[in-house]
Design a protein. Structure first.
Length: 297
């Protein structure tokens, strides 16, 4: 009945049954979702961003992954650029103490570095949290449902119901809802971009039309014969100034270097006395007003 040595075998030692699969540690899984980056698995450090599906990332780690898209896992292929993520405006928990000063094995994962700015609930995974895509503010879902207002509790900016993103959705229904809202935002962005391109093209055409008229009539051909035009040009050569007008011979004589105001008969004697070429100036013994020196004259 017994074995050697007086031992009695038990049933589990004789009958081998199928072992139960190992269960996941729910606490560790929750900590990984709410306190670690979804890509690098490192602790969240500001700036923190979220995608359309509500997952949390370190912005620097996400940029490095976008630069080398071959290392980007398939579940993050919906992120094509930084326009597909939103910077989060998180509210810090004043009672949270960092894990740097604690010894190994004594770290308490129940706390969270961020809280809801309305109800002061910790963002640790025990309560559902939402974020507004238009402004990036984060608060608990309970505060969003209880207050039921259409402007942000933190920055007072208005938003619509489709801007609400559930952070780390746990159920399949929430994930499908986030995917549909993501498709709506992307379609809206494409439409707005197309409208901006059309408006910019219209403004460019308007400005171009104002600068240069569309219909310009060609100038009429010259009716003056070519021979007559040549003779007039040769006869008036030297008599044309920069304005294009023909000058008189008297005016041309004044432009030459041999011209003297004292010899001009059309000018009065009073006007001639203002110049040094006048006879009254030549008879004086004192120096000229330009070279006049009071110490010697």
């Amino acid at each position: 009945m017994g074995c050697d040595g007086g031992t009695i075998p038990r049933r589990d030692e004789l009958v081998k049954t199928k072992k139960k699969p190992e269960q996941k540690d729910k606490v560790a899984e929750r900590v990984a979702l709410w306190r670690c980056c979804a890509i690098s698995q490192q602790l969240l450090q500001e700036p923190v961003v979220m995608c359309h599906l509500g997952k949390l990332y370190n912005k620097m780690a996400l940029i490095e992954s976008l630069l080398d898209r071959r290392s980007l896992p398939a579940e993050f292929k919906h992120i094509k650029s930084l326009r597909d993520v939103k910077d989060l405006q998180l509210t810090k928990n004043p009672e949270f103490k960092g894990d740097e000063d604690k010894k190994e094995g004594t770290v308490d994962h129940r706390g969270s570095p961020y809280i809801c700015p309305v109800l002061k609930l910790e963002m640790s995974g025990q309560f559902r949290f939402v974020a507004i895509w238009s402004c990036g503010c984060v608060f608990s879902e309970r505060a969003y449902k209880e207050l039921a207002i259409k402007f942000c509790h933190k920055c007072n900016k208005s938003f619509i119901h489709e801007d609400v993103v559930i952070l780390n959705p746990s159920s399949e229904e929430d994930l499908v809802l986030m995917q549909t809202r993501m498709a709506m935002r992307q379609a809206l962005n494409k439409k707005l971009k197309k409208m901006k391109i059309e408006v910019s093209s219209d403004t460019e055409t308007e400005t171009a039309g104002k600068r240069a008229p569309k219909h310009i009539k060609p100038a009429a051909p010259c009716a003056i014969p070519l021979k007559k035009l040549r003779t007039e040009t040769t006869s008036n050569i030297g008599n044309v100034i920069s304005s294009g007008k023909v000058t008189k011979p008297e005016e041309i004589a004044k432009m030459t270097s041999d011209y003297s105001i004292a010899k001009d008969g059309s000018v009065s004697d009073v006007y001639k006395s203002l110049f040094t070429s006048h006879k009254s100036e030549q008879e004086q013994t004192r120096a000229h007003w330009v070279t006049y020196n009071p110490f010697f004259n």
